[in-house]
Design a protein around this ligand. Structure first.
Ligand SMILES: [Zn+2]
Ligand SMILES: [Zn+2]
Length: 334
């Protein structure tokens, strides 16, 4: 089968992913073989390809927003059949036994495996997945528009839940960095009744945020019309976190939705005073994936996508790195 393979992390300008023929993977008893339709291109893939995330498996096939059809099933697979349409997110497998799994925090599992990082992922024609960690997909959304929901959607939604505003059902939410996750969470937050302010450096993204229904949008350093009850920072740069804290109301919380961030050089205590909090989002649970798929179907949440063929994955990552993508890049495999 064909795949885009990473042998050695390096800047994406050097085209680190190689288009190669690799052996068809084989399945175990509790696994399925998936014929991949499309796979989203996430910023985490960029961090893996460029080496900001320490490699755990090399060579590796990246990609963790996989939309596929079940091609083969192992002997113990009883939950899906050949031909079913399923998705694979970042959480490839969790042990179900460690103290985190027992507390419903399988995203923090001590033994977790991650798709396209600790095991081969979706930048390929086929992949293997665990039967209990694949997700049935909503019928009303086509393959390529479903892919972004599996990470940008799921991690974005976990970040949104961690702000506390979903449970409260009201409040002012600031979104910092208007990429794949934020353009989905703007739509979700509006559907759930929140007021949303978008902060971004790009004038065209400000315009785009208004088109998607934001209550206000402006430059990252601009003063919003009201203080924020919570904020999500989707940009991997620490000065944006500082900007978010400056706009946060007393008792507010900033959630960091990124797996990587540049070092925080200076954090004035006055920015945290009055019970302000910073919380990170790590990975996703199956619940996050299930809920965002349900919300997307119910409220007609639609990602904006730019489609690339599989062998152009390096180009997609370059465009992502340089902020050229409105919404999310998706590789169409078949
Ligand atoms: Zn991702
Ligand atoms: Zn565990």
């Amino acid at each position: 089968m064909k795949a885009m393979v990473l042998h050695k992390p390096q800047p994406v300008e050097n085209d680190p992913l190689k288009y190669e023929d690799v052996e068809m993977p084989e399945i175990g008893d509790d696994e399925v073989l998936l014929e991949i339709r499309c796979c989203g291109v996430c910023r985490t893939d960029l961090h893996i390809v460029e080496g900001e995330l320490k490699p755990v498996k090399l060579p590796v096939i990246p990609g963790h927003q996989v939309v596929a059809r079940v091609k083969e099933v192992g002997r113990k697979v009883d939950n899906v059949s050949i031909g079913d349409r399923v998705g694979v997110p970042w959480l490839y497998w969790a042990c179900g036994k460690c103290k985190y799994c027992r507390r419903g925090l399988e995203n923090l599992c001590e033994h977790a495996l991650f798709t396209g990082y600790s095991v081969d992922g979706g930048y390929a024609e086929y992949m293997v997945a665990k039967k209990d960690f694949i997700h049935p997909l909503p019928r009303g959304i086509d393959d390529c528009h479903t892919a972004p929901l599996l990470c940008a959607g799921a991690v974005g939604y976990r970040s949104l839940r961690l702000t506390g505003l979903v449970d409260r059902g009201e409040g002012v939410l600031g979104l910092f960095g208007f990429g794949a996750a934020a353009h989905l969470m703007l739509q979700v937050a509006k559907a759930l009744g929140l007021k949303v302010f978008v902060f971004t450096h790009s004038p065209w993204k400000i315009e785009y945020a208004y088109k998607l229904g934001t209550d206000w949008a402006g430059d990252t350093r601009a003063e919003p019309p009201e203080k924020l009850d919570a904020a999500i920072v989707f940009a991997p740069v620490s000065w944006v976190l500082i900007e978010a804290l400056k706009k946060l109301d007393k008792g507010g919380r900033v959630v960091l939705g990124e797996i990587y961030m540049t070092p925080i050089e200076r954090l004035d205590y006055s920015l945290l005073w009055y019970e302000r909090e910073i919380k990170t989002t790590a990975n996703v649970t199956r619940r996050d994936v299930r809920e965002i798929l349900e919300i997307a179907e119910k409220h007609g949440i639609k990602p904006n996508i730019t489609v690339y063929p599989l062998d152009k994955a390096n180009e997609a990552l370059k465009d992502l790195k340089h902020g050229k993508i409105m919404g999310q890049a998706v590789l169409r495999i078949r």
